[in-house]
Design a protein around this ligand. Structure first.
Ligand SMILES: NC(=O)C1=CN([C@@H]2O[C@H](COP(=O)(O)OP(=O)(O)OC[C@H]3O[C@@H](n4cnc5c(N)ncnc54)[C@H](OP(=O)(O)O)[C@@H]3O)[C@@H](O)[C@H]2O)C=CC1
Ligand SMILES: CCCCCCCCCCCCCCCC(=O)OCC(=O)COP(=O)(O)O
Length: 254
């Protein structure tokens, strides 16, 4: 039996979301799957005061949320000595407080239905911390911890939690990253440009949802090794990270 897909796309840029709606509508024309025209809800995830209202709007679209995918995020480039505390707060608002506020606002309706699936796109940097990424790695470690706690707490209500930890993906993440003074980094890093195709990552996320996986690392052998090293041989991992920090040292560090 064909199941109709009902999407609610959320973001802070109405025009950009509208473009996605048009692309999805055009790509589903003539396909086998029956797809509703996606709905949109516009809000800034970093403004946690607006998240409750956004959650109400999301629920009004189709009356329920089966799968919540927390994907929005922002990265950071900088050394800690030059980073204003407000930058750490801003990154935490988008990457941590926003997703947890939205999740908590939608949870009661899932618990009432004893059904639902919460997905969060974390990062390999939710499992290991690398130099010059302090705010970002901290926000992703916090994300990992919160959603691991949540999984344990809501399992008995029949709700699944999936944490996805990708390595580099070919997107605008590095271009949109903030620096220590809050300005935009604006550079497409080589690692990002050579990262995985976003649609491959999206397919892997859908597979994880279908399999109700709890924790998925989508990365190559080196990040995997680094994750194991951090647990099994932390002294070596810390040494490698110090050496990496020295090599990447920016003039302002000196
Ligand atoms: N690219 C990579 O190498 C990796 C990415 N990830 C994670 O993947 C997720 C998606 O990032 P990616 O697509 O790569 O990066 P992009 O910068 O290309 O996209 C980030 C998305 O997040 C949205 N966003 C950012 N801040 C807010 C906000 N305050 N409110 C609403 N939406 C917001 C952006 O919307 P807008 O267009 O309005 O700015 C944009 O759609 C992030 O959580 C990131 O940490 C994880 C590992 C690797
Ligand atoms: C003797 C054994 C040697 C083993 C060497 C292990 C050490 C190798 C370090 C590998 C570090 C991998 C970092 C991967 C980072 C990553 O994939 O991050 C994903 C992102 O979220 C990207 O965000 P960014 O803003 O940093 O582009």
């Amino acid at each position: 039996m064909l199941r109709a897909l009902r999407l609610v796309l959320c973001g802070r840029d109405a025009a950009r979301l509208e473009k996605v709606v048009q692309e999805l509508t055009a790509s589903s024309t003539g396909s086998q799957k029956q797809t509703y025209t996606p709905s949109t809800v516009i809000f800034d995830l970093a403004d946690t005061d607006t998240v409750d209202r956004a959650a109400e709007e999301i629920l009004k679209c189709y009356g329920q949320v089966d799968v919540l995918i927390n994907n929005a995020g922002i990265s950071y480039r900088g050394n800690i000595l030059d980073t204003h505390i407000s930058v750490h707060r801003d990154v935490m608002e988008t990457n941590y407080f926003g997703p947890i506020a939205l999740t908590q606002a939608l949870l009661p309706s899932m618990i009432r239905r004893r059904s639902g699936h919460i997905v969060v796109i974390s990062s390999v940097q939710g499992k290991i911390a690398i130099p010059y990424r302090s705010s970002y790695a901290a926000s992703k470690h916090a994300t990992q911890a919160y959603f691991d706690c949540l999984r344990a707490e809501i399992d008995r209500h029949g709700i699944a939690v999936t944490v996805i930890s990708p390595g580099y993906i070919r997107t605008n993440l590095s271009v949109n990253a903030v620096t220590g003074d809050g300005s935009k980094y604006g550079v497409l890093d080589k690692n990002t440009a050579m990262g995985r195709d976003p649609s491959d990552v999206a397919q892997a996320v859908l597979k994880a949802v279908r399999q109700r996986s709890k924790d998925v690392v989508l990365a190559g052998p080196l990040p995997y090794l680094a994750i194991y090293l951090r647990t099994l041989w932390p002294a070596l991992f810390f040494k490698l990270m110090s050496s990496r920090a020295r090599k990447e040292q920016k003039p302002k560090d000196e």
